[in-house]
Design a protein around this ligand. Structure first.
Ligand code: SAH
Length: 346
C-alpha cells in the first residue's frame, strides 16, 4: 500500500467517500511532487521528449503569433506544466533565429512540482525564468503567449454515472478497507445526453475555470494560447480516467500516487467556456505539418549523420504525426480574443 493510499483511506474513513476529482487531485500532486516521471526510465513519454522537432514547430508558432499580434514588447511567454523543460528549451533555441521576439519574451513557467522545477532550471540554464503556481501571479499588463502540452489532462476531472434514473457523482469509498468506486449524491447539472444505466460522463470544473481565466487574460491585455492534449472535440459519455506506470496501463485504484493519472480532455466543453475566439481543435499531425515539420525533418536528414539518426528522425516524425500514432488522438486548440488574427496551423 502506498503512503497516499493510507492517507486517502484515512480521509474517507473520517469524512466519507470522496469525489473522483478530489481523489485525482491528490494522486496527481503526490505523483509529480516527488519524481521526474518522463522518458525511457520513467513512466511515460511526451511529444517534446520524442523529438526536438516538436518544440521547434511550437517555436515557429510562437514567433509567427507574436508577429501577428503586432510584435508586442515585452510579452509573457508562459508554459503551463513544463515537465523537464525540454519544450521551452527547444522553443527558445528556435527563437534565437528571431532575436526581437526572443528579447521581448519574459519566460514564465507554471509548475507546482519542486522536483520538476529543478529539472526545468537545469534545462533552461542561461535564460531568465520566473516560476509561478497559479495564473493569478501573472503580470496583468503584458500580452500573453501561452503553451500547454499534456497539462490539461493532469488537472482533476469529476465523473457522473447514470444509475438508471439520475446522474450521480462517482466517488471513491472503502469496502473491506480497500478503495472502491461507488455512487454518491445526484449531480446538480446532469449532462444533456441520451444515456443508459452505467454510462459515465466526465466534467472538470478545474479545467474549465483554468481555461476561462486564460480567456480573460486574452481579452485584456491580449495574446494567444495553444493547448495540445489527447482528447475529443465533442462532449460525450465514456470513462477515460487512466493510470500509467512503467509505460503500461494499471488499475486506477492500484499504486495511487505512484502512477500517472490522467483523463482525456473534453475540448468541446473547454471551447464553450473560453469566452474568446477558438481555433481547432485539429489533429496534432495536421498542425505540425502545416507549420513545416516535413521540411524540418527533411533538412535534418539531409544534414547527413549516421543511418541510425536518419531512422530516428523518420520514426519520431511518424510517432508525432501519423494518424495511428499521436497525429489524430492528440488535438490542438488555440484561443485568441481577436478573431481577425490568423493563427498558423489551423
Ligand atoms: N508538458 C510536459 C510535461 C507534461 S506532464 C511535456 O510535454 O513533456 C504534466 C506537467 O504538469 C508536469 O510538469 C506537472 O508537474 C505539471 N502539473 C500538473 N498539475 C499541475 C498544476 N495544478 N499546476 C501546475 N503544474 C501542474
Amino acid at each position: 500500500m502506498t503512503d497516499l493510499t493510507a492517507h486517502i483511506k484515512n480521509q474517507i474513513g473520517q469524512h466519507g467517500p470522496m469525489d473522483v476529482g478530489t481523489f485525482m487531485g491528490l494522486a496527481v500532486s503526490h505523483y509529480y511532487a516527488s519524481r521526474d516521471p518522463l522518458g525511457r526510465g520513467g513512466d511515460f513519454t511526451t511529444a517534446p521528449e520524442i523529438s526536438q522537432m516538436f518544440g521547434e514547430m511550437l517555436g515557429v508558432w510562437v514567433a509567427d503569433t507574436w508577429h501577428k499580434l503586432g510584435r508586442p514588447k515585452p510579452f509573457v511567454l508562459l508554459e503551463c506544466g513544463p515537465g523537464r523543460g525540454t519544450l521551452m528549451a527547444d522553443v527558445l533555441r528556435t527563437l534565437c533565429a528571431v532575436p526581437d521576439c526572443l528579447s521581448a519574451a519574459r519566460v514564465v513557467l507554471m509548475e507546482n512540482s519542486l522536483a520538476l522545477r529543478q529539472k526545468q532550471k537545469e534545462a533552461l540554464t542561461g535564460y531568465e525564468v520566473q516560476w509561478i503556481e497559479t495564473l493569478d501571479e501573472l503580470e496583468a499588463d503584458k500580452p500573453l503567449i501561452l503553451l500547454a502540452n499534456e497539462f490539461l489532462d493532469a488537472l482533476p476531472v469529476r465523473q457522473a454515472q447514470f444509475d438508471g434514473e439520475v446522474w450521480r457523482e462517482r466517488v471513491v469509498g472503502l469496502e473491506a478497507d480497500q478503495p472502491v468506486f461507488g455512487l454518491g449524491a445526484p449531480v446538480t447539472t446532469p449532462p444533456p445526453f441520451p444515456c443508459r444505466e452505467g454510462n459515465i460522463f466526465e466534467f472538470s470544473p478545474v479545467r474549465e475555470s483554468f481555461v476561462r481565466n486564460v480567456g480573460d487574460f486574452l481579452k485584456e491585455p491580449g495574446g494567444a494560447a495553444l493547448f495540445i492534449d489527447y482528447g475529443h472535440d465533442r462532449s460525450g459519455v465514456g470513462d477515460t480516467l487512466q493510470a500509467v506506470k512503467d509505460h503500461g496501463y494499471c488499475d486506477v485504484l492500484d499504486q495511487i500516487g505512484e502512477a500517472d493519472m490522467t483523463s482525456h480532455v473534453d475540448f468541446g466543453a473547454l471551447a464553450r467556456v473560453a469566452g474568446v475566439d477558438v481555433r481547432g481543435p485539429v489533429g496534432q499531425g495536421a498542425f505540425l505539418e502545416r507549420l513545416g515539420m516535413a521540411e524540418r525533418a527533411n533538412s535534418l536528414m539531409a544534414a547527413g549523420g549516421l543511418p541510425e539518426r536518419q531512422v530516428e528522425i523518420r520514426t519520431a516524425y511518424d510517432r508525432l504525426c501519423a494518424p495511428d500514432h499521436m497525429g489524430e488522438l492528440f488535438r490542438v486548440m488555440a484561443l485568441c480574443h481577436d478573431a481577425d488574427v490568423e493563427l498558423a496551423g489551423f
